[in-house]
Design a protein around this ligand. Structure first.
Ligand code: ADP
Ligand code: MG
Ligand code: MG
Ligand code: MG
Ligand code: MG
Length: 460
């Protein structure tokens, strides 16, 4: 099928964002939508949904779609009253590869009260706090993923393309062409949904790809990010593959990062843009907060046991793991946790593919606003662009004031637990629920007997 004609049966016009209370029943008739996925995201980043036929959307838009909250990761017991997800029509995305279907994100309520630990609510709180200061946070994410062969229980993970075997596979045109049909399906899908994709590439690991689209206000980016993950995984399955955003699926390959680029706006003005191509003073304070609080929020941006195998990684077969080990920044230099590609934005390279799209944005804002309020100074973590951070050994004198990132999930949990500033900003409901779930994750990991320890210890 010629690309230009792909999905032309859709009445949907890309970029047409609805009002939050637009009548979804009328929209269904206008656009030929027969089913809605009314969705929310839980604390572990799982997209939860009820499929609602267009004939019932009027009532669901009024009353919300019902869920048993204990059946999701939001820290409720089975006795909790029903939770509803009330659709926010402004998030509606008609699905180009299934045009009678549309996805709409919902906001979570129990007995009329917003569920404050639900990720969209956590982000909305930060957006309101920044709005009070007169600013809008705009971001773009780079959600890397691997395409794997279909999985079965006893089979080790393997990339889907055996021919994708260069030792330095980044930008490899041949491996890209072997996945052309799937990748262009994904890009057409995103563009029909108004994402404004501007490039796709083969990334630094065999079987790994990245698709980049236009930055937006942080809530739109978060909604797009979760839709992106859903669309990539769904389309990959339809093409006979499995897409994974797992932080470090292969120990000898680079992992799946989820870099985030950010800027801050007052109307049409990007206030991160300083003079002479440097960051502005307010951007430096924001950055100072993002740096100072990184060990504390790492458990949010890097939320699983496996995350800590991407961080603190030794070099991979390609020559470099591209993930940070320490809290440092520089100019246009990818060996540091923060990079400044241009003087009107910065890139946080810490987060990974397991990061919750909403919590990722909220956390960065909480840390950045703390930095603005305290006039945090990033200078102590600065390195000249000529420095390759991977070449500086532990214990070197220039690392005297440089913090390390947590080495494992438990250390990361303890760092967040000890930080009262982020707790105050992110809110008690979120902190209690999130820390509880993270501690449970660690406890379950510790209860698991691995082949490593059996092999190493059985003959002791
Ligand atoms: P790289 O791989 O060099 O880090 P990419 O091109 O893969 O960069 O991704 C850059 C991301 O940054 C994109 O999502 C892009 O839209 C976003 N971006 C560009 N300019 C800004 C800006 N001023 N504010 C926020 N995000 C931005
Ligand atoms: Mg039932
Ligand atoms: Mg990129
Ligand atoms: Mg990348
Ligand atoms: Mg990047």
């Amino acid at each position: 099928m010629a690309l230009a004609t792909r999905y032309t049966d859709m009445k949907f016009q890309p970029g047409a964002k609805l009002a939050p209370d637009a009548n979804l029943s009328d929209v269904a008739t206008e656009r030929g939508i027969e089913f809605f996925l009314v969705a929310f995201v839980d604390l572990k980043g799982v997209l939860r949904t009820k499929m609602v036929p267009a004939s019932a959307i009027k009532q669901i838009q009024r009353d919300g779609a019902g869920f048993a909250p204990a059946a999701t990761h939001l820290d409720f017991g089975p006795h909790a009253a029903d939770m509803i997800a009330k659709p926010d029509a402004s998030t509606l995305l008609q699905v180009p590869f299934q045009p009678e279907l549309a996805v709409v994100m919902g906001d979570c309520y129990i007995e009329g009260k917003e569920v404050l630990q639900s990720p969209r609510a956590v982000l909305r709180k930060q957006i309101a706090a920044l709005q009070k200061r007169g600013y809008v946070f705009k971001t773009g994410v780079e959600a890397e993923f691997f395409l794997l062969a279909p999985q079965s229980k006893d089979k080790p993970l393997a990339v889907s393309d055996e021919g994708d075997s260069l030792s330095k596979p980044c930008y490899d045109a041949q491996s890209m062409m072997r996945r052309y049909a799937l990748l262009t399906d994904i890009v057409c899908t995103l563009n029909k949904c108004g994402f404004g994709v501007y490039q796709t590439d083969h990334e630094d690991a065999n079987g790994q790809f990245e698709i980049n689209w236009q930055y937006q206000d942080c809530m739109t980016t978060a909604d797009q990010h979760i839709f992106f993950k859903w669309a990539v995984k769904t389309l990959a399955e339809r093409h006979g593959f499995v897409a994974t955003f797992m932080p470090k699926p292969f120990s000898t390959f680079s992992g799946n990062g989820c870099h985030i680029h950010c800027s801050m706006w007052a109307g049409e003005k990007n206030v991160f843009e300083g003079a002479n191509g440097d960051l502005s003073e307010i951007a430096r304070h924001f950055l100072g907060g993002v740096l100072a609080k990184a060990p504390a929020y790492c458990v949010i941006t890097n939320p699983v046991v496996n995350s800590y195998k991407r961080l603190n990684s030794s070099p991979t077969g390609s020559g470099c793991a591209w993930s940070p080990n320490r809290v440092s920044w520089s100019g246009n230099n990818r060996s540091h946790m923060v990079r400044i590609p241009e003087g009107d934005r910065f890139e946080l390279r810490l987060a990974d593919g397991a990061a919750n799209p909403y919590l990722l944005q909220a956390t960065m804002m909480a840390a950045g606003m703390w930095g603005m309020d305290t006039k945090a100074d990033p200078q102590g973590c600065y390195f000249p662009s000529s420095v390759n951070m991977y070449e500086i050994p532990d214990g070197a004198p220039e690392l005297k004031n440089i913090a390390s990132l947590p080495r494992n999930l438990l250390d990361a949990i303890r760092e967040l637990e000890a930080d009262k500033d982020l707790a105050a900003s992110l809110g008690e409901d979120f902190m209690v629920a999130f820390l509880k779930l993270q501690k449970l994750e660690w406890a379950e990991f510790m209860a698991h007997l691995s082949s490593f320890e059996v092999d190493r210890t059985v003959n002791c």
